[in-house]
Design a binder for this molecule. Sequence first.
Ligand code: URA
Length: 241
Amino acid sequence: MRLDRFLSNSLRMTRSVACAIIKEKRVKVNGVIIRKKDFKIDEIKDVIEFDDKRVEYRCFVYYILNKPKGVVSARIDNIDKTVVDLIDTDYKISPIGRLDKDTTGLLLLSNDGSLIHALTSPLNDIKKIYLVECDRDLSEEEMFLFENGIEIKDGDDQLFRTKKANIKKIKDYIYEVEISEGKFHQVKRMFNYFNSSVINLRRLKFANIKLDASLNEGEYRELTDAEVILLKRQCNLLDKK
Ligand code: URA
C-alpha cells in the first residue's frame, strides 16, 4: 500500500494532509524518514511512525451512505453501478443488508464480517424505519393487521408471517413503518397485501443509526467511533452499559 494511503486510512486524515506530513519529514518507515508519498509499505510487517509515535493499521472501516435510486446493493454488478462504487476506499467493503435499486436512504457498509453477520442475522431482530409513499391509504383495521402480522411471500416465494411491526400515518399516502425483518421487497409486499403500491421508499433508521440530514443522496461519511460502539453493543458484540 502507498504510504500516503496508509496514513490517511489509519489516522483518518485526508490524503492531502497525509502528503503534507510526509513532506514535513514527520513520517518514518522502519526508523527511516521517508519523503515519497507513494512509497510502498507492507501495512502488516512495516513499522510506521508519525512524530515518533507508532501508527497501527486500521483493519475495519464503517460507512453510512445515503443511497440514491438506480444503484444496486452489491459489491459488484455486471450491469448497474453498485453502492460500493460510490465509496472511495482502499478496503474491501460490503453493504450491510440490502435496499432495492429504487429505494433510497440509509445503508451501512463495512469490511467487518462479524458486525455484518450480527446486523443481518434474523436472530438479532434489528429494527429498521422506512418512510413510505404509497398510492392508497390503509384503513385503521388494515393498519392494525399490518402491525400484528400478515402472510406474504419471501424471496423464495414461500409464505411467511411478518413479525410485529409499527405503522404511523404521517399524512395522506405517507407512512412511517418500523420492521425488524429484511425479507425480499418486504415493505412493498406488506403494502401490496392491502392493494396499495409503494411509490417511494426511503430508509430513515437502521439499528440505532439515523440517516443524517446533512448527507445528500449519493453522499457518505465514516461512522464515528461512538456510533460503531453503539452498533456493536446493540448486537451483543460488546458489553451493554
Ligand atoms: N422493503 C422493500 O420492499 N424494499 C427495500 O428496499 C427495503 C425494504
